[in-house]
Design a binder for this molecule. Structure first.
Ligand code: IMP
Length: 194
């Protein structure tokens, strides 16, 4: 079964295809021939995820899903949260975002943070939401070069290394996106689509 994944982030496509396996064929926007930067204008991950899936559904009339993820840091009252991608400015810049995050946290002893993913699926003209959370903490300087975004400063609970020091398989044993995607897969499996 074919599902369009409403994202331009190839890392996310790879991660999710890896979790979903062969049963569902995840098509990226690029593969679907769609070249747009979908707006994320809202104040919640849920609203942004819905906006992205609805935009692509309207364009393609094809079953699709989207996801929106934020890093929520306790000592910063949930920042960067829904603003994670553009925390340091309008242009998406992973390094600048990390610099700003570490600067704002300073020497605060409370390093607690979590990644939260919301997936919005539109299938058979109906919309469904799935959530995945990964608790962890922010370290004081980046470590590792795998992954993307805030991976190099985030150590998930129960681990001693950052996401950026892990392989994709290792990251997926903890990951927020993995947890939300598993709920999506469970739901799709129950639909009994062959
Ligand atoms: P998006 O709006 O869902 O694309 O995600 C917002 C931002 O959160 C991204 O630009 C990344 O900086 C960050 N982000 C999302 N998922 C992850 C992840 O798995 N690891 C590290 N950073 C992430």
């Amino acid at each position: 079964m074919k599902l369009i994944f409403a994202t331009n982030n190839q890392h996310k496509v790879d991660e999710i295809q890896h979790i979903i396996g062969n049963k569902f064929d995840v098509i990226s926007l690029k593969q679907a021939g769609i070249d747009i930067d979908i707006p994320e204008p809202h104040d919640t991950l849920e609203e942004n995820a819905v906006e992205k899936s609805s935009t692509i559904y309207k364009l393609t009339d094809t079953d699709c899903f989207s996801e929106d993820t934020g890093l929520e840091v306790e000592a910063l009252n949930g920042e960067p949260g829904v603003k994670s991608a553009r925390y340091a400015g309008d242009v998406k810049d992973f390094n600048k975002n990390i610099e700003k995050l570490l600067f704002k946290l300073g020497n605060d002893n409370n390093r607690k943070a979590r990644f939260r993913t919301v997936i919005s699926l539109i299938i058979n003209k109906e919309q469904h939401l799935f959530e995945g959370i990964c608790e962890g903490e922010i370290i004081s300087s980046p470590a590792g070069s795998n992954g993307f975004g805030y991976d190099s400063v985030f150590v998930p609970a129960g681990a001693t290394r950052t996401f950026a020091e892990m392989t994709m398989e290792e990251k997926n044993t903890f990951s927020h996106r993995k947890k939300a995607t598993e709920k999506l897969v469970l739901f799709l499996n129950k639909l009994n689509i062959r």
